[in-house]
Ligand binder design. Structure first.
Ligand code: AKG
Length: 248
């Protein structure tokens, strides 16, 4: 793996674009064949077994599975985050979303509606494990929507989440569809409005999402064994429990 000093950075115009739009990318983390091989490995060696949150084996696996940590702490991601925030980066959550054929839509929402980070500062890397396109329900983002805090209301049973952004508060007509090859990812912040259609294909639409913050942000634990792992740099604050990366 590359060291942080050699890690890819965002260019000046990508940084400006991130601040104006609330997201950056897509970028390539690795070649499609390499991601397909990593995906097969995680399906066989990680996901069938419980991690630190036994009710949710698809969550927080960066704490116990080196393959998951290595993808989330990859220099292609961490280098770009460091060019926005500097080197000290916490990895506080990972999650696998498998949207099978017929899988539901995810409603328009801002992630920070569901979390209690203090202060509210998060970057998510949405990493494609499968080829992701309009047919199997790629994520759509609404550029610039991160500048407003939107009211969230209850959503219907046809949706994957039970709260959604109030449709009266935004116009989704300028949404951008994030069509990705396996191994590509994009970054977005805690207030960017995003959505995904139902999976109308016969293919799975699998991704891994990794959530990052910085050590001065306090993060309430999701379960008794939940700890953060540094994705880069050092924790100078001690506000959160921090674990070492899992053994290789
Ligand atoms: O994968 C999706 O369709 C939605 C993902 C999402 O909402 C998120 O990562 O915050």
């Amino acid at each position: 793996m590359q060291t942080a000093a050699l890690a890819p950075q965002l260019t000046r115009s990508e940084i400006d674009g991130f601040h104006a739009n609330g997201y950056a990318g897509p970028f390539a983390l690795c070649a499609p064949e390499e991601m397909s091989a990593l995906n097969a490995r995680m399906e066989k060696e990680v996901l069938p077994f419980p991690g630190v949150w036994p009710e949710h084996p698809e969550q927080l696996r960066h704490q116990d599975a080196r393959t998951v940590y290595d993808v989330a702490a990859h220099a292609e991601i961490v280098g770009r985050i460091a060019s926005l925030w500097g080197p000290d980066i916490t990895l506080w959550r990972t999650n696998f979303f498998d949207k099978p054929p017929g899988g539901k839509a995810v409603p328009w929402h801002q992630d920070i509606n569901y979390w209690r980070l203090d202060p509210p500062l998060n970057l998510t890397a949405w990493i494609a494990l499968d080829a992701v396109d309009e047919e199997n329900g790629c994520v759509q983002v609404l550029p610039g929507s991160h500048t407003k805090v939107l009211r969230h209301i209850r959503s219907g049973p046809e949706m994957h989440f039970d709260e959604m952004a109030d449709p009266a508060g935004f116009d989704p007509s300028k949404a951008v569809k994030m069509v990705l090859r396996p191994g590509e990812f994009f970054l977005f912040n805690e207030r960017l409005l995003h959505y995904s259609d139902p999976n109308r294909s016969q293919r799975h639409r699998k991704c891994m999402v990794a959530r990052y913050s910085t050590p001065f942000v306090k993060i309430p634990p999701l379960c008794p064994g939940h700890k953060l792992v540094m994705a880069g740099g050092v924790d100078r604050f001690g506000f959160n429990p921090v674990a070492e990366p899992p053994q290789a």
